[in-house]
Design a protein around this ligand. Structure first.
Ligand code: ADP
Ligand code: MG
Length: 291
């Protein structure tokens, strides 16, 4: 590869908001056969909003106060959505005496002397909390593409909160363009299968890896590489960093976390997935000029 053409390619990419950490990444980009897209903050805007609240066996305002107070210390986008939605209902939150994030599962906190849990079915199963008929309601929210979370207070199930995230306007076009280029597109998420499939359907993604724990994302990249594939991973979160570092090309969304950008080889300043299409085209063109 001639340094001049690589430099020209990198310069042109920068005009599109695509920042390569080094010329070698512009080169490796043209070999990419599989693109893995993180769901939250990558395919979607990552700014979910609280859409549904279903409390049982407790007064709603009191329950929401406990849930919101437990989530207040979490930096997860889901937590921010829950806290903002509860605050918008005029409920004043308390500060938790103890807080623990359980990555991939949810949160545990002590609020006003009560133990509050908010998170996935697996979190409730792990803690032996019976959520009775809530599964049906949860499934309905999930098939609408919402992320539903279960809440418990002092080991008793108290209800469901659901949030919805908006898909980025350009995600569907970007997926279609990548597929047209012969690239396999896979979506990966810690979120449940039903929600993930509903979102994937809306953007035309056929392969979904759901309920992947944070440390499992890098393993999925390795598994595809073991099949001989050149893999690009696209993500924005702290939990995407190991997968970004493992992939043949790690691509961070510029609106995401610094940790993701540090782990990646490329940063998309516009957070728009059509930039990936431009980057691969640019790489293919650059390499064609060289050969
Ligand atoms: P993603 O890959 O979509 O960022 P995570 O691995 O961070 O997902 O989280 C997986 C699941 O764990 C979420 O869909 C949610 O159900 C649950 N979860 C994570 N953080 C929280 C939280 N702060 N409050 C409630 N549930 C949470
Ligand atoms: Mg994300």
């Amino acid at each position: 590869a001639t340094p001049t053409s690589i430099m020209a390619g990198s310069g042109r990419s920068a005009e599109f908001g695509i920042l390569f950490k080094g010329g070698e990444h512009l080169e490796s980009m043209h070999r990419v056969e599989t693109v893995i897209l993180d769901k939250t903050g990558t395919v979607t805007k990552g700014k979910p909003e609280l859409t549904d609240v279903r409390i049982e066996g407790m007064e709603e305002a009191a329950a929401l106060m406990l849930i919101g107070s437990a989530e207040k210390q979490s930096e997860h986008p889901l937590a921010e959505a829950i806290v903002a939605g509860i605050a918008a209902r005029g409920i004043t939150l308390a500060s938790a005496a103890h807080f623990e994030a359980i990555p991939g599962y949810g949160v545990r906190a002590i609020v006003e002397g009560k133990e509050v849990l908010v998170g996935t079915r697996k979190l409730m199963l792990r803690e032996n909390i019976d959520f009775g008929q809530a599964d049906k309601t949860m499934e309905r929210y999930e098939s609408e593409g919402k992320t539903a979370m279960l809440a418990a207070v002092d080991s008793a199930f108290i209800g469901i909160v659901a949030v919805a995230d908006t898909i980025k306007e350009t995600s569907k076009d970007a997926v279609a363009a990548l597929q047209k280029m012969g690239i396999e597109v896979i979506m990966i998420t810690g979120d449940n299968k039903r929600t993930a499939s509903a979102i994937a359907d809306k953007v035309g993604i056929k392969h979904v890896l759901a309920e992947v724990l944070p440390e499992g994302k890098a393993d999925e990249v390795k598994r595809l590489q073991a099949q001989g594939k050149k893999v690009a991973m696209v993500g924005d979160g702290i939990n995407d960093a190991p997968a970004l570092a493992t992939a043949d090309v790690g691509i961070a969304i510029g609106t995401g976390t610094d940790i993701a950008m540090e782990a990646a080889d490329v940063t998309l300043m516009r957070g728009d997935l059509t930039s990936i299409v431009s980057a691969i085209m640019m790489s293919r063109k650059t390499m064609a000029n060289i050969k």
